[in-house]
Design a protein around this ligand. Structure first.
Ligand code: RAM
Length: 345
């Protein structure tokens, strides 16, 4: 009897033990993903070959690192159009938004919203203000870009005469910073006989830029030179000068794509211009985006990383306490070297 009771008790214990919930192991830290990130490259607007070149670099890096490059931009270069796109990307839960901003301040709230949602925000080309970003991929030293444009034009016009600037949109941070440095350079006494008469804005739209160039020819009959620090603006100005038969009378320089400017460099309408490699810029931006998403870098000055084919890099101070990666020095193009580049970008 006693042993029967003992056996049944044992049975109950065994059954109870079997039914008890398994002991739950403490949740393991979810390992950070190392690839498969959705990287959204948001550009100033679609239809600009400069950004199409950057997209090539984005696709190349995304393929190399196992990510996806989502390329987007508004039809025209406005902050409103970009805000709409970023809102949609937040809803889509992308991992990184890499933006070249049409307006540095207007984009801060939506970029903050993205960061609050856990999305990394990288800025490149035309930076969003520091409050709206985690790292800046800068194409080249801003001061150097501004100064060399003045130096190139001065050489062309013999340091004498009226000059004008034909820029992109009045809100664009990259052009505005370069223009500030142009004005600094012009303070040097060696430019005392050069006068900056005006700055006009073609908004990075071909036709508007073309018409602004025509406006300059009309308003300033003594104009000797134009600096256009935008690939859209310089190509439109070169076309306007050619159409009006003004090449040789008004000199032109600035930042241009060899593919769009080769014919004008060869004709002598634009004897020299500068730029960096936009494919590399898109590649670097995408590598930085990948490393931000994987947590391999956080965007702080002093961190180092390997930027794929572009080699070892160090994050430097952006001057506002944030992190910045520099692509490299701008390159100057002229009749001697343009053929090597015109089919590249
Ligand atoms: C245009 C855009 C771009 C700028 C280049 C030089 O394509 O404005 O932001 O970096 O020119």
């Amino acid at each position: 009897m006693k042993s029967k009771l003992f056996v049944s008790l044992l049975l109950v214990i065994v059954i109870l033990a079997a039914c008890a919930p398994p002991t739950v192991a403490p949740p393991a830290e979810k390992p950070a993903a190392k690839a498969g990130f959705k990287i959204a490259m948001v550009v100033k607007n679609l239809g600009n070959p400069f950004f199409e070149a950057a997209q090539k670099g984005c696709n190349e890096a995304a393929a190399e690192y196992g990510d996806e490059c989502i390329f987007q931009g508004p039809a025209t270069p406005t902050a409103e159009g970009q805000i709409e796109i970023i809102d949609a990307l937040i809803a889509q839960k992308v991992d990184v938004i890499a933006i070249t901003a049409n307006d540095p301040d207007a984009l801060v709230p939506v970029c903050k919203k993205a960061m609050d949602a856990g999305i990394k925000v990288v800025t490149w080309d035309s930076a969003v203000a520091p409050a709206g970003r985690q790292i800046f991929v800068n194409q080249a030293d801003m001061e150097q870009i501004g100064r060399i444009e003045v130096q190139m034009l001065a050489e062309m016009i013999g340091y004498k005469g009226q000059i004008a600037i034909l820029s992109a949109a009045a809100t664009m941070a990259n052009q505005n910073t370069w223009i500030e440095w142009m004005k600094e350079e012009l303070k040097d006494p060696k430019y005392k006989d050069m006068e900056l008469v005006t700055t006009v804005y073609g908004d990075d739209l071909r036709e508007k830029s073309y018409n602004e160039a025509l406006g300059l020819f009309k308003s300033y009959p003594d104009l000797k030179g134009i600096i256009s620090p935008t690939t859209v603006g310089i190509a439109a100005t070169a076309r306007a000068l050619t159409d009006e038969g003004l090449c040789g009378k008004i000199a032109l320089t600035g930042l241009g794509l060899p593919s769009e400017m080769a014919e004008y460099i060869k004709s002598g309408c634009c004897k020299a211009m500068a730029l960096w490699n936009p494919i590399d810029l898109g590649y670097m931006t995408t590598v930085v985006s990948h490393l931000m998403a994987s947590g391999e870098i956080t965007g702080k000055p002093g961190e180092t990383f390997k930027a794929g084919k572009l080699g070892e890099r160090t994050i430097v101070d952006d001057g506002a306490g944030g992190g910045m990666v520099l692509l490299g020095p701008p390159f100057q193009f002229n009749a001697e070297n343009i053929d090597q580049w015109k089919d590249v970008y």
